[in-house]
Design a protein around this ligand. Structure first.
Ligand code: NAP
Length: 306
């Protein structure tokens, strides 16, 4: 199996994969895509379940996405995952999109059903499962602050919090206008009768230390959905001086065991987890959509950690 396949390969898939013992019937579409850990996780699951199919990486540029998706039935694919930068564009290129993915505004999982392509989103539900697994709590019971709410992951996470009707949702983004816009979009989810004191249940807040510090006194869970922290030299997204021991901190970054934000959170006694569990559970949920059976979670976890 090649490390990365291209649209040209997909156009003549049987020929491009002729040497394979087991047919390649699942892929992750991305640009770039070479870093994706999804093949190792899904191939371990396919093997453990005795399914005669393999999962690979497909480098697909934005202008190639529509054609690549339409080639899936002819190449006899079971489905695909969609990653950066295609999650929003894919929404408009499929035959049907599940209600949850439509609410989130992005697709990360595609199912091929005959000639039809069906879209789902497991990023938000993956985060939900990850928070339960890491901290033993449900999003709906929490006051949540999302840092990086204007990015792709941040939007999906914020929408999931809104769908769960969490107690409070505070949206923060370096470019404030994106957080403000998202707050407007999510307003209908917070119209319900739940009232928790004088603080609004949904707020967009500018990225200013004093404002964030004031907000954090009314927050249970901070989620970092920015890309700041991916490099070892990145600063922590929040200064340790405004963190408190009672906070739960979930950093969606999974390239490091401990990110700068996690280290700062732990230094004040707060509990912190990295994004590996979100990556795992979005994959688990995608597998369950494709095969309509429970995924071998521990096999997938072990494969991802290797
Ligand atoms: P994206 O769409 O490019 O969004 C990047 C976000 O980070 C934007 O909100 C951006 O703010 C913000 N940002 C970038 N540098 C910043 C800085 N120095 N200070 C403050 N904010 C900064 O990327 P994405 O796909 O959403 O990915 C974002 C993060 O989520 C990445 O770390 C990725 O690893 C993680 N992620 C994890 C999983 C998982 O399964 N664990 C899945 C998807 C993504 P502006 O809007 O102002 O540019």
């Amino acid at each position: 199996m090649k490390e990365v396949y291209t649209l040209e390969d997909l156009r003549q898939w049987e020929a491009a994969t002729a040497g394979e013992e087991t047919p390649l019937r699942l892929a992750v579409f991305g640009d770039p895509v070479a870093h994706s850990r999804s093949p190792q996780m899904h191939n371990a699951a396919l093997e453990a379940c005795g399914i005669a199919a393999r999962y690979c990486r497909l480098h697909v540029r934005p202008e190639e996405l529509a054609e690549a998706l339409r080639l899936l039935p002819r190449a006899r694919f079971i489905g695909a995952n969609i990653t950066l930068p295609h999650k929003t564009a894919a929404l408009g290129l499929l035959d049907a999109v599940d209600d949850h993915a439509r609410k989130i505004g992005a697709v990360n999982t595609v199912v091929v059903e005959g000639e039809r392509l069906l879209g789902f989103n497991t990023d938000g539900p993956g985060l939900l499962r990850a928070v339960q697994a890491e901290f033993g709590v449900d999003l709906r019971d929490l006051r949540v602050m999302v840092l990086g709410a204007g990015g792709g992951a941040g939007r999906a996470i914020a929408a999931q919090c809104a769908i769960e009707n969490c107690e409070r949702l505070v949206l923060v983004n370096r470019t404030f206008e994106k957080a403000r816009q998202l707050a407007l979009e999510l307003k209908p989810f917070f119209k319900g009768p739940r009232v928790f004191g004088p603080r609004p249940r949904l707020e967009a807040v500018p990225w200013e230390e004093a404002k964030l510090a004031a907000q954090l006194t009314n927050i249970d869970l901070v989620i970092n959905a920015t890309s700041c922290g991916m490099k070892r030299t990145d600063p922590s997204v929040l200064p340790a001086s405004i963190l408190q021991a009672n906070l739960l901190v979930y950093d969606t970054i999974y390239t490091a065991q401990n990110t700068p934000l996690m280290e700062d959170a732990q230094s004040v006694g707060a509990r912190a987890a990295n994004g590996a569990s979100m990556l795992l559970y979005q994959g688990v949920l995608a597998f369950e959509i494709w095969f309509n059976r429970p995924a071998p979670v521990e096999v997938m976890r072990a494969a991802m950690e290797r």
